[in-house]
Design a protein around this ligand. Structure first.
Ligand SMILES: NC(=O)c1ccc[n+]([C@@H]2O[C@H](COP(=O)([O-])OP(=O)(O)OC[C@H]3O[C@@H](n4cnc5c(N)ncnc54)[C@H](O)[C@@H]3O)[C@@H](O)[C@H]2O)c1
Length: 391
């Protein structure tokens, strides 16, 4: 049984921002944040529409007294509550252009923050957020949820242990197809902001390209020295990129390539990471996340299953599983693993002011800055016809 937050001996109290109406990821936050019974969703500002924000509260089990019309009201009202009732943290599941201001307001008011990606739309805003996290000493986690999969953590440990030797090449391919049939003239029930350059900041690059970049850094432990990129808008009426190729030169000399697309017919959430090392190669796919494939020239292919009792499982991977092997775990559990790691630090921070620094198991504010810098550098390289740029 996973312990309740031992340092504080109580559940953490959560406020959710976004997620109301037909919204997608806010509901995933609500479920994942409470999966381990270490937090309770107490309050929310669930929509940009004040009435919908209040009306949506009951399906999240939020009492009407703490169903707020907007973020400002949530922060001000929660601050007036007794400390033993007040929320400890907010989860931000709103469109990209709103993240910076909401996160700043919450941190400065004394709340920890779990924020969805990309962290901000502008590099300056991302740098300001880094400063605020450092000044307030609050915990900040970014939900690049793919790093939470047990077999991704297994891949990271395999690489760290030197089992595939030095890394030579990385291929991250993230393919979706939902834009192929998107008619931008029709008002969608959710996500119309994703087609607005001001609100979204970038297209598929920020939406899925940043996940690919974060995942390859998490698994390999490498950083990017240089990149060259080309982005395209293949959709006939779209103003934002929907396809891109990003070539990377890593800091150990390895070559990397990210291909991202939301214009590939039939692809749902087809996200593959492949790594070639001097002694072996690894392959993982998000649609079959409980398996990791290892190959060595001339040897039989090894397929590792997520199996907590498996002798081959590394500790980090084992700790990221909840149920026995053969019982599939997926998106929610991986998402919950980001929360689980952030909760460890939030509880310690509440108990004794713990400051995690720059290396955390969950993606943090520095990783968020990296993602926003990636967007800016990719756009710059593409505008310069695929020029190689220092990163
Ligand atoms: N981690 C992931 O896998 C993942 C997946 C999808 C989306 N996302 C990210 O999550 C964020 C939300 O995406 P989505 O697909 O859920 O969008 P969505 O359009 O489905 O939902 C956004 C919600 O936020 C609300 N909202 C907007 N402005 C608000 C404000 N100022 N205050 C309170 N509520 C507000 C909207 O009313 C809506 O309920 C985006 O940043 C997106 O990039 C992450």
């Amino acid at each position: 049984m996973i312990p309740l937050n031992p340092e504080i001996d109580r559940k953490l109290r959560m406020g959710l921002i976004g997620g109301g109406g037909a919204a997608f990821i806010g509901k995933v936050h609500a479920i994942s944040a409470t999966l381990d019974n270490r937090a309770r969703l107490c309050a929310g500002a669930l929509s940009s529409d004040p009435q919908r924000a209040k009306d949506s509260a009951s399906i999240f089990g939020i009492h009407e007294d703490r169903a707020y019309e907007n973020v400002q009201q949530l922060i001000e009202s929660e601050l007036q509550l007794d400390e033993k009732d007040r929320i400890d943290f907010v989860s931000i599941a709103t469109p990209n252009h709103t993240h910076a201001e909401i996160a700043q307001t919450a941190l400065k008011a004394g709340f920890h923050v779990i924020c969805d990606k990309p962290m901000t739309n502008k590099v300056e805003d991302a740098r300001e957020l880094v400063k605020t996290v450092e000044q307030t000493g609050k915990i900040f986690a970014l939900t690049h949820n793919y790093t939470g999969y047990p077999m991704i953590r297994q891949a990271r440990e395999i690489i760290e242990a030197g089992e595939i030797g030095d890394i030579l090449a990385i291929r991250a391919t993230y393919l979706q197809g939902w834009l192929t049939t998107l008619d931008e003239s029709v008002t969608a029930s959710r996500g119309t902001w994703k087609s607005d350059p001001v609100k979204a900041g970038s297209g598929s690059l920020g939406d899925i390209g940043t996940h690919a970049y974060n995942l390859l850094r998490f698994v390999t432990g490498l950083n990017v020295n240089q990149l060259a990129a080309t982005t395209e808008s293949f959709h006939p009426t779209r103003r934002l990129d929907d396809y891109g190729l990003i070539q990377l030169r890593m800091d150990n000399g390895a070559l990397g390539i990210i291909t991202y697309s939301q214009m590939s017919h039939g692809r749902l959430n087809d996200f593959t990471l492949e790594i070639d090392g001097t002694a072996g190669a690894l392959t993982w796919n998000q649609e079959d996340p409980n398996r990791l494939v290892m190959q060595r020239q001339g040897a039989a292919t090894e397929i590792m299953h997520r199996h907590p009792a498996g002798a081959y499982m590394h500790e980090l991977a084992r700790l990221a599983t909840r149920i026995p092997g053969g019982h599939p775990e997926g998106f929610y559990e991986a998402f919950a693993n980001i929360y689980r790691a952030a909760y460890d630090d939030i509880a310690k921070n509440i108990a004794n002011g713990f400051n995690p620094g720059i290396n955390t198991l969950y993606p943090n504010v520095y990783d968020g800055l990296e993602g926003v810098r990636l967007i800016e550098r990719v756009q710059a390289s593409s505008e310069e016809n695929n020029a190689w740029l220092d990163f």
